[in-house]
Design a protein around this ligand. Structure first.
Ligand code: HEM
Ligand code: HEM
Length: 144
């Protein structure tokens, strides 16, 4: 697994979380139709993280490869996290971000996008392998 991509994947998390929070605050506070603003940057970074993640999942050791261990992958919570939970939660979150962004661009409806982004934020926070999560802990910033 390329360490550079892992560092990038790990770092982009922080930019995505920051942009989600900024956009949620901006959109909930908006009166009338809202502009896209830096929601476009959020979308691009989310898609880039998705692309890197898919590469890691299919070509690295912490994804599809784990299914070689048979039923154990579903019984063991750490293996299940990497084989199923991280990818599922993140793909759904990024789909919500994409729908939210495109809806904002087309209709300017701030509240709808704010809600979609808030759900995405909660889901992302739930499936990040935070350093305090037993069995799946990864550093705050990869490589440090
Ligand atoms: C696995 C890789 C990726 C998938 C599955 C994916 C999927 C999508 C989908 C479904 C849309 C919505 C299209 C629409 O209905 O208008 C979209 C839009 C977009 N994606 Fe991605 N994407 C990927 C990677 C990337 C990457 C690497 C970038 C940039 C670095 C990127 C940038 C964008 C942009 C700029 C838009 C258009 C947003 C707009 O219409 O305002 N995507 N992508
Ligand atoms: C917003 C989206 C995402 C965030 C914030 C995120 C965050 C993270 C973080 C923090 C790590 C730990 C990196 C480290 O070792 O320090 C990680 C690892 C990983 N992520 Fe994601 N991720 C996202 C999306 C995805 C997606 C969509 C996939 C799969 C399609 C994916 C697949 C992986 C894999 C396979 C690893 C383990 C890589 C390895 O150690 O070989 N991620 N992710």
């Amino acid at each position: 697994m390329s360490n550079f991509l892992l560092v990038l994947h790990s770092l982009l998390r922080w930019l995505i979380l920051l942009l989600l929070v900024l956009n949620i605050i901006r959109l909930f506070g908006a009166k009338g139709p809202a502009k896209t603003g830096n929601s476009i940057l959020l979308l691009i970074l989310a898609h880039t993280t998705l692309l890197i993640g898919l590469y890691q999942y299919f070509f690295g050791d912490f994804g599809i490869a784990l299914f070689k261990q048979g039923a154990e992958v579903m019984k063991n919570s750490a293996l299940r996290f990497w084989a199923v939970e991280h990818i599922t939660g993140m793909v759904v979150s990024i789909a919500l971000i994409t729908i939210g962004h495109i809806s904002l661009k087309k209709t300017g409806k701030a509240k709808k996008t704010a809600i979609l982004y808030l759900v995405a934020l909660v889901l992302i926070l739930a499936v990040i392998p935070w350093p305090f999560r037993e069995g799946i802990a990864r550093p705050w910033i990869h490589g440090f």
